[in-house]
Ligand binder design. Structure first.
Ligand code: 5GP
Ligand code: MG
Length: 462
């Protein structure tokens, strides 16, 4: 299946645009590990380098030297099973009517299936199975100057998109009117930079200016940047799961620090679900800040009782013989000496399928934990995401058909408790109505009536 949960980065008007984009993608690597790419322009000619794998695997000194120009866009794509094909690497580049047109997209277009059918019926030939390619076709078919073409095209898309679009001479950044995915504008040495998250600005010492607004399209040219509000009156729907799990804790998105939000989630979790215990441990890295919050509020000592192996890489080769729970154990190993005989609160940011959690809790039991109390820093995840987070279907989500007690038994812990929806929303830096919480509530802010055709779209042979 084609799903997008990606990171995008762009620079306009800097002589080191390519190197800055390369570094920006490093900082956004957590948003996608399947493929990476950069497209650059010197105002006349566009050059590109793209490949499967991590940023460190895709680019070499030589490949970076081939990229030339003072503006560039880059993309890292999320790893999903089944669709790892080099055709789907972004940014996506085409030549049409004597110009080059490139797109880098983070999000998911919910009316992709219908739009594609319409375009194909009128003769469009698609090269990939990505919904992002739609934007290129729509721009090519639109009337007007570049600005008008892009805005007209974006207006036909429904769903989530934070996008960067460029030609040899033009560069723009846009965000869907609901603002599902984050997108930031910054400055470095008089040049403009755009990134999914502010952690990318920190690395290159760019100054964060502001979040690009929902529905805003910003055009960059030699005279500066011009902003247009292309939509009005739409409800903001910032993805709450970016704060819970997806974004990097050192980023600042949707009005606040991700690390602080996660600590607050942990504090609220401790307030709602206290339990007598000897230590609080996180499931690193995603559960670490919530566990710190839980420990601080409860007064129970914080311990790092799971050690994470950071060097597994993408292409871990399974030994021929099956070793039970290998996938999970290679990533995290408990420190038996800390755990033995202890009552433990384990803080996890979320439970999706429940499979890794179950294996992890077994490793704690095997180390002699006396009691395991699992605490989750968000409510039960019951509904799939159609706006860009790689959540499985309802049937695969462990909480969609089970009670908390049934999940507790399945995972094999002494107690299990989730943060309440109120506790989650209270931790957010903006009023609760500004967030999309569809994965918890099933209330989708943009209708997903294209659900069936979307599935057909995704199942097309690649
Ligand atoms: P489970 O126990 O449901 O199999 O896995 C839960 C773990 O998956 C948690 O540690 C959580 O941080 C992580 N997780 C949550 N959402 C995602 C996601 O979208 N992709 C991946 N790869 N992991 C996720
Ligand atoms: Mg995790």
């Amino acid at each position: 299946m084609i799903r997008h949960c990606c990171g995008i980065f762009g620079v306009f008007g800097h002589r080191n645009a390519v190197e800055l984009t390369y570094l920006g993608l490093y900082a956004l690597q957590h948003r996608g590990q399947e493929s990476a790419g950069i497209i650059a322009s010197d105002g006349k000619r566009v050059t590109q380098w793209r490949g499967m794998g991590l940023v460190s695997e895709v680019f070499t000194r030589e490949s970076l030297q081939k990229l030339k120009g003072d503006f560039a866009i880059g993309h890292v794509r999320y790893s999903t099973t089944g669709s790892s094909t080099s055709k789907n690497i972004q940014p996506f580049l085409v030549e049409y009517a004597g110009t080059s047109l490139a797109v880098a997209h983070n999000g998911n277009i919910v009316n992709a299936g219908l739009l594609r059918q319409k375009l194909e019926a009128s003769g469009s030939i698609f090269q990939t199975t990505m919904d992002s390619e739609l934007l290129i076709h729509l721009i090519a078919k639109s009337q007007g100057n570049f600005k008008e073409k892009v805005i007209r095209s974006l207006k036909q898309l429904q769903g989530a998109y934070s996008v960067l679009v460029m030609t040899e001479k033009q560069f723009l950044a846009g965000r869907d009117p609901h603002g599902f995915r984050p997108l930031w504008l910054g400055r470095i040495d008089g040049a403009f930079v755009v990134a999914s998250e502010t952690c990318a600005f920190d690395l290159i010492q760019a100054k964060p200016l502001r979040e690009i607004l929902p529905g805003e399209v910003v055009f960059f040219d030699a005279r500066g940047c011009h902003s247009y509000q292309a939509f009005s009156g739409r409800k903001h729907s910032f993805c709450i799961f970016e704060h819970i799990y997806f974004a990097r804790p050192d980023s600042n998105i949707f009005g606040g620090s991700v690390a602080r939000v996660r600590e607050k989630l942990g504090i609220n979790l401790a307030r709602e679900h206290p339990v007598p215990a000897d230590m609080v441990i996180p499931v690193p890295d995603s559960g670490t800040y919530a566990a710190l919050g839980y420990a601080r509020h409860s007064g129970i000592p914080f311990e790092m009782a799971f050690v994470r192996n950071h060097y597994i890489g993408r292409t871990f080769i399974h030994p021929a013989e099956e070793i039970r729970g290998l996938e999970v154990k290679i990533k995290l190993n408990p420190v038996a000496e800390l755990i033995q005989g202890k009552r433990i609160v384990v803080v996890e940011d979320s439970i999706v399928r429940g499979t890794t959690s179950s294996l992890r809790m077994k490793t704690l039991k095997n180390c002699g934990a006396r009691e395991i109390h699992m605490r989750v820093s968000c409510p039960p995840l019951c509904h799939p995401c159609f706006y860009g987070i790689d959540f499985p279907t309802e049937t695969e989500l462990v909480a969609s058909t089970r009670t908390v007690e049934q999940i507790r038994k399945r995972i094999g812990v002494d107690t299990l408790a989730y943060l309440s929806p109120e506790g989650m929303l209270e931790a957010m830096p903006l009023p609760s109505e500004k967030f999309c919480t569809a994965c918890f509530t099933g209330k989708y802010p943009v209708p997903v009536r294209d659900r069936i055709s979307k599935l057909q779209f995704e199942n097309q042979p690649e």
